[in-house]
Write a protein that binds this ligand. Sequence first.
Ligand code: S3P
Length: 166
Amino acid sequence: MTAPVLVLVGPPGSGKTTVGRELAARLGVGFRDTDADIEALAGKPISEIFIDEGEPHFRELERAAVRDAATSHPGVLALGGGAVLAEATRAVLAGLPVVFLEVALADAVKRVGLDAPRPLLAVNPRASWRELMEARRPLYLEVATAVVATEGRSPEQVADAVLEAL
Ligand code: S3P
């Protein structure tokens, strides 16, 4: 069993993937993203998994993807925004360095609007994001060993702050 050197959690639009890649490059380790793992395994985008099989099936795939990566990936690992909803996933993260990337609604909506489609934010991104964040904040805090604010910071500055926080 090999554990990640760092796990990034946070809501959609917090910059987990961008910052994760930057950190992996700086640390000279690999980067892995459970959303990408799930898409590779399913052979289709997450938006289509939600449409074809539904969210519960996606969450099952996500639990398995996190368990696998959290026990085999020796680099930086970014989790999908809803991964912390599963108790089994929170248990797998115990004892690992987990950084919660905090982001303000306005910044998140700016990034999410430009990025890959998020099925849970498709209808009303602002209201949906706020609801998700309210429900999940306690869970992000539960798994996090450090919290890093991203507001007004470039990905490079966030990466600096993550390394300082570790
Ligand atoms: C989700 C976030 C997405 C992706 C899926 C569900 C969520 O990942 O896993 O669309 O429940 O918040 P990002 O946080 O990388 O956008």
